[in-house]
Design a protein around this ligand. Sequence first.
Ligand code: WTA
Length: 645
Amino acid sequence: MSIIESNLDEKRSFSPSKHSKGNANLTKEDLIKLNKQFHTDNNKTWADLANTHILWDKNFTNVVSGEAPFYKWFSDGRLNVSKNCVDRHINKKNSAIIHIAENGERRVLSYSELYAYVNKFSYALSQLGLCCGDRVIIYMPTIPESIVAMLSCARLGLIHSVVFAGFSANALRERIVDCKAKIVITVDAFKRSGKIINSKDIVDNAIKVDCDFVENVIVYENHASLSDKKSRDLVWDDILPTCDINVEPISMSSDSLLFILYTSGSTGKPKGIMHASGGYLLNCILTNKWVFDLKDQDIFWCTADIGWITGHSYVVYGPLACGATILIYDGAPLFPHSNRFWEIIQDNKVSIFYTAPTAIRTLMKVGEDEPKNYNLKSLRILGTVGEPINPKAWMWYYEKIGNGQCPIVDTWWQTETGANMIAPIPGINTLIPGTCTSALPGIDATIVDVNGAQLTQPNQGGDLVIKKPWPSMLTGIWGDDERYVQTYWSKYSSKYYVTGDTARYDENGNIWIMGRSDDVVNVSGHRLGTMEIESALVSHELVAEAAVVSYKHEIKGEAIHAFISLKNNPKNKNELADILREWVSIKIGSIAKPERVSFSDSLPKTRSGKIMRRLLRNLARNERVTGDTSTLENESIIDQLKEIV
Ligand code: WTA
């Protein structure tokens, strides 16, 4: 069986409104011209864009070089990413950062204040005897200081690795050890949902044994004064110079590493995804301008934590390199009340809002009609990322948050791709709930069958691959070239970058992501993407979230087990299970009917909101739950699920 069947049929579509067409950074004419240019001369087009959008210290002559798949972009060019993000905007009138704390405190930094701060902290770091290429772990919440730390590393040619502040000591340790970090930057503590998280204690635990290579821990006193100061500890404010000081940004080669970001593989140890400087920055800038239509007067709120790639590309590097204003919220979405997001948008006149389907579904669950009590008129573009968005959530986002006026940019990309790859351009693409539409200019994405042949017919699912290298692609996995080649390039004899996702085209050439390739079930010889079944389930009014996996079945080969969390507790679960089976059968066909249905309070999710189907597969198949569970948002749910399955 070489293709995956698709049974999802979404008929609603939304043509670009006049409102979203006016004054766009990328018009339809520009897009047509650009696509033509890429078609005629791919490398020259990337080179022209890099020359236009990046401030180079030394111009490049090489566009793409290196031995496949170890590509290098603009390799003989030199630049400094921090200079691109800060120095070139110091005279701008708009603010750089608006920071909202969980307790509601608001702090605003102009570009010149950000410049002064980055220089001061760069000076402090430069006094610690570090060399270009040394690794620095940043284990902090999303506050201005963590952004200052990232930009200061970039200024000095230090490679940062931001670790999500919600990770455990074990997860943190694994990352510190893997990249042999010389410095860890953290906070004493921070608050989440009103609860104190003692980050510094977690760091101390993480490096308690066999971590002598960590020379210093720098602590920003975010909550209180640092107690229990160890000899290697330095307090942020103590090492900051008291007067303004300028630290010359180091001119880095374009292919020198900017950062490592760990992503958990489905099994085994996390992968340290490496990103270099010039190429990464280019796609960040372009996609912020094209997909989000980002302008100086916008207030861009991307809700991602800086510990994720979305936080790197759409909170820090992309928007700042464009000289725009970012809003960061350092708090929980539902604290102290479930309308926190809408309140922040209203009070700060946010114009671009970018979040994840899991957040949208959560907010829908807690207050479907609440947004109408807030003035959300400042919004002009809405974005989503991280998972396929089910049409029901899409419609709610479009109607209740965007008031039917704001295009939704459903952006498909990965930690590895560095920036958006497949996404609509507002004002150009017709939107259909659930599709991320088409590949961006210069991105050669296609869908292939198991033999690597391009699928041309609509509604046949296959592997989503990228045929040509692109500037912001990962440059490898830290310390593991073989795993890099094996994971991303080996499946189709090194011809394509293999995304690990499955997808299909519809009749209009739109790309629909069907899920990860491991998330495919094979029922009676029909390969079905689990995402479509999940989407059908969550379109039922009682269902909040659904995850579907398969288990071995004597007759069907594989049968479907649906894990479901509900909006409210039903009276009769067996009856509801039957209703939902029938529902799927009407929506998709009886082939997709779940054999088993389990109800639980929530589903096991990663900290970035992705459902860990791997764990559910273990449970459905009566296997031991294997692999790393330390990055789970709600570890205790596994015990609850074990009881009911
Ligand atoms: C999934 C997040 C459908 C996909 C930027 C991908 C999506 C993985 C979308 C990468 C989308 C991301 N529609 N699926 N718009 N965006 N994904 O590395 O499976 O955290 O491979 O990067 O998320 O997740 P990562």
